[in-house]
Design a protein around this ligand. Structure first.
Ligand code: ZN
Ligand code: ZN
Length: 223
């Protein structure tokens, strides 16, 4: 029997590209995942619930996932975590998508580089970083193993997967990353960067982009 999840997750769909921003709430602490737009909306939520921001987690560097980080990190100082392979371009003109997303403003403080398989412990919650390049070179998923939850960014969606035709994308890396995610337990709930929630098991069975990976051998690879 798995323990009941103790982290509340509030979803905000933000910005022109309708990216999911997840606020992970533990007691009075908040972990913001992919604040990609509308910083005032998120700040109002944090303030009205009297939350303390413990950290910002970025699944990858694309503008629709990072564009509120400058304003929010000034207002709520906390570490910002991003993989170094996306840090090189996330806050440069290359990451603007006019007219909807101007060049993202960098965080106010230091950025903590993420590395594969590291475990972050934030507000008493352990999250394992799974490097899943393909959609972008520094894409990661955050695995909350104790609660069987996976924040997948733009790597895996309900019924689809992330594009690999942006700069730095790689379809072969994406295949390996999806293969890795398919080794996680079927009852793992996934929280994608766009669209609705799902589970690893449902996606393994029904996601057409995983059909080639839907083989028992896929399950022998250690995540
Ligand atoms: Zn993206
Ligand atoms: Zn996105």
């Amino acid at each position: 029997m798995k323990a009941k999840p103790s982290t509340r997750i509030r979803t905000f769909v933000l910005g022109e590209f309708e990216a999911n921003c997840f606020v992970l709430i533990r007691d009075s602490n908040a972990i913001l995942v992919d604040p990609g737009a509308e910083p005032d909306t998120l700040a109002a939520f944090i303030d009205s619930h009297h939350l303390t921001v413990s950290a910002f987690l970025l699944t990858h560097g694309h503008m629709d996932h990072v564009s509120a980080i400058g304003a929010l990190s000034r207002r709520f100082p906390a570490p910002v975590h991003l993989h170094p392979a996306d840090l090189t371009w996330a806050f440069t003109p290359a990451n603007a998508w006019e007219p909807h997303y101007p060049q993202p403003e960098p965080p106010a403080g230091d950025i903590v580089p993420l590395s594969d398989n590291q475990t972050l412990t934030i507000a008493g919650l352990s999250l394992r970083v799974l490097a899943t390049p393909g959609h972008s070179p520094g894409s990661v998923c955050f695995f909350i193993e104790s609660e069987a939850r996976l924040l997948t960014g733009d790597t895996l969606f309900a019924g689809s997967v992330g594009r690999t035709d942006f700069p730095g994308g790689s379809s072969s890396q994406m295949q390996a990353s999806l293969h890795r995610l398919c080794t996680l337990p079927d009852d793992t709930a996934i929280f994608p960067g766009h669209g609705i929630l799902s589970t690893i098991g449902r996606e393994r069975l029904s996601n057409p982009f995983l059909s080639g990976l839907n083989h028992p051998a896929a399950r022998t690879i250690n995540p």
